[in-house]
Design a protein around this ligand. Structure first.
Ligand SMILES: [Zn+2]
Length: 654
């Protein structure tokens, strides 16, 4: 009954890497970022390269120029660090030492700020607040993406660097105009002459007081123009070098961060690295996902590290989803808090010893979770709730932020939260199976919509327990948040129970009434099937983790996908991913049991985890705790048992 399943086994699911791809796609990437300070211009290149080689890093992202140069630059308005010893070329010396140890060097530039002399000579290059004053932070003046620094002087600075040094890539921090400074203080929008002239030309308006959609689109276009110019320069001068910044298009890697911040609302997102890497690798599979693993708690405490196991968990998640293994520190590797470094070192070394499994990985998942695809921005809580449900249910899944997969990659099930783009209709009509979760109606007709209530505190009643075996111990599910009333009959599946009295206890729900309003709609469109839960199951699960919501999700998935690609009796806090390389499949397991709220501790070891996967395989072995795995055939599936899972395990299926 499943569709699009005919060529499931051992066929490449994604476009293979094209010939001539960069090192970031063909090599296993173990990426360390040392966020150098100006004082580190005096570092010992031999020692620094030696420390990186000792931990088996093979790429380092390191300060090169911009705010200060780590080499004796001769370009006007580009300033060598005052700590660069006279006659020394720290960056050049380090590059030589690194290359001698087979470590690639990605030079870091920050073009967003410069020292005062450049401002004094060319105030028109700089960001101007609404009152005309510049943005100054620790003596540095913010440049404007539309000014002559970014659009002219920066190209001269970069051309000198690229001419002098055989770098393996360049990275740009804080690319484009920032609306807040490092203290989180808002600086507003730039009112420099270049911005005002350009904005008037495209919009006919003055710079607004607050950013609106038109202004944001304008600034994105401006940043994109400069980003393209820099990309063209790099490709012209160093064709083998990679180009990295936090913008997605025009670059060679999708950069993200797994980080913490003291003001960020809880709950903490322990699947951050999986989310970032899964999303990037499956949205733009021809680019590498570089999810920077930030060791520090927040800007104010750059030298205080997050829990060791948090660093380790992010690393295993990066490997399990086919991304670069990363680790970031502030300053050099001679640290005042060495906990994160000492955690990262053995994982880097282990990944290096087993690096054949970490190059050229692609997701082999047959379930797709739509992210911000089709120009929508999905609600974060809705999305994360479903991300957790899929993870805890051990359904290998790919996240995609676009619709490029349509016609290019096959899936057995597509899950969309908080609406769905119109392009999905074509997939359904051709036989696709889709689970929609959320009150926001999709951009195609599933059922007639009566109205959407923005906040409803009621219940969903289970009318037929035979349809929902996971809900045998409950008749009611909590409903809180937006609800879309659909035409249809809910009396034989799930139905709405509207709000009723909640107190005093003598009065609780004594006026409760049932309705026929559906709490779920199942419909066929063309050759396909859609199930729509018109309320925010994802966000409810993200916030409250109610087993009833998880049970409903599980039962609906089982209806659409009776024979999932992978089945296991693993604990819900074991994350399982299913990846492929050219000749083999890889099952990764990440043990998340050490995480609780903001705490990360050593994970609790697990024993005898049974796994059944689609496909027949001849042999299998585990890599983290090395051993051969006996295989058992069950029809067109293969069954095996992992004896022990400590922090992480990799099963190689051939
Ligand atoms: Zn400006």
């Amino acid at each position: 009954m499943r569709v699009l399943l005919s060529c499931l086994l051992l066929t490449p699911l994604l476009v293979k890497p094209a010939a001539g791809q960069g090192w970031w796609m063909t090599e296993p990437v173990r990426w360390v970022q040392t966020n150098l300070r100006e004082t580190d211009a005096a570092l010992d290149p031999v020692r620094h390269a030696g420390q990186l080689a000792d931990m088996r890093a093979n790429v380092v992202l390191m300060g090169m120029g911009g705010i200060c140069a780590y080499y004796p630059t001769r370009v006007e308005f580009h300033y060598p660090s005052a700590y660069l010893p006279a006659g020394r070329d720290m960056f050049g010396d380090f590059l030589r030492e690194a290359h001698a140890r087979h470590i690639r060097v990605v030079g870091r530039y920050d073009l967003s700020k410069t020292p005062k002399p450049a401002y004094d000579a060319h105030p028109e290059w700089f960001f101007r607040k609404a009152d005309g004053s510049p943005v100054i932070y620790n003596g540095l003046y913010s440049t404007c993406i539309n000014g002559g620094y970014y659009r002219g002087q920066a190209m001269k600075i970069l051309a000198e660097g690229l001419e002098r040094y055989d770098v393996d890539g360049l990275f740009f921090n804080m690319f484009g105009n920032q609306s807040t400074d490092y203290d989180g203080k808002r600086v507003g929008l730039c009112h420099c002459d270049a911005c005002r002239d350009r904005y008037r030309r495209v919009s006919g308006r003055d710079i607004p007081d607050k950013p609106d959609d038109e202004y944001r689109a304008f600034m994105n276009a401006c940043a994109r123009e400069v980003s393209k110019e820099i990309g063209d320069l790099i490709r012209r001068m160093r064709p083998r070098a990679g180009y990295f910044n936090y913008m997605q298009d025009l670059t060679d890697g999708i950069m993200s961060e797994s980080n913490t911040a003291v003001r960020r609302p809880l709950p903490l997102w322990p699947l951050s690295a999986s989310d970032n890497v899964n999303r990037a690798r499956n949205s733009e599979p021809e680019k590498m996902a570089i999810d920077l693993n930030m060791q520090f708690v927040d800007y104010w405490w750059r030298f205080a590290t997050v829990p060791r196991e948090e660093i380790a968990t992010r690393m295993w998640q990066q490997l399990a989803n086919g991304g670069a293994l990363t680790f970031e520190v502030n300053g050099t590797l001679d640290l005042q808090d060495r906990q994160a470094y000492e955690t990262a070192k053995p994982i880097f070394r282990w990944a290096a010893a087993n690096e054949q499994y970490y190059a050229g990985q692609r997701s082999a998942a047959r379930v797709l979770l739509l992210g911000d695809a089709g120009g929508r921005e999905v609600d974060e809580a809705s999305y994360r709730g479903v991300f957790r449900l899929l993870t805890e249910g051990h359904l290998p899944f790919a996240v995609c932020d676009n619709m490029r997969w349509l016609g290019a990659r096959e899936f057995d099930l597509v899950v969309a939260t908080d609406g769905a783009p119109a392009q999905l209709l074509q997939y359904i009509e051709q036989g696709g199976r889709v689970l929609l979760l959320g009150a926001r109606p999709p951009e195609f007709a599933v059922a007639p919509v009566v109205r959407t209530v923005p906040d409803l505190k009621g219940y969903i009643r289970v009318r037929d327990h035979a349809l929902y075996p996971s809900l045998h111990d409950t008749d009611l599910l909590m409903l809180n948040g937006p609800f879309t009333e659909l035409q249809g009959d809910g009396t034989r599946s799930l139905s709405l129970v509207p709000p009723s009295m909640i107190g005093p206890p003598e009065k609780i729900h004594v006026d409760m009434k049932d309705t026929a309003t559906p709490g779920v709609i199942t419909t066929t469109i063309g050759k396909g099937v859609v199930i729509w839960i018109p309320w925010d199951l994802g966000a409810l699960y993200f916030r409250h983790s109610l087993p009833a919501h998880a049970g409903l999700f599980r039962d609906l998935v089982a209806t659409l996908l009776p024979e999932p690609q992978l089945k296991t009796d693993a604990h819900p806090l074991v994350e399982v991913t299913f990846m492929e390389q050219d000749t083999r499949r890889l099952v990764h397991l990440v043990n998340l049991t050490g995480h609780s709220q903001t705490g990360y501790f050593a994970p609790v070891p697990m024993h005898n985890i049974n796994i059944e996967v689609a496909g027949n395989y001849l042999r299998a072995h585990t890599v983290r705790t090395p051993g051969a795995l006996p295989l058992r055939k069950a029809g067109a599936r293969t069954v095996f048992t992992i004896p022990v899972l400590r922090d992480y395990e990799l099963v190689v299926l051939e």
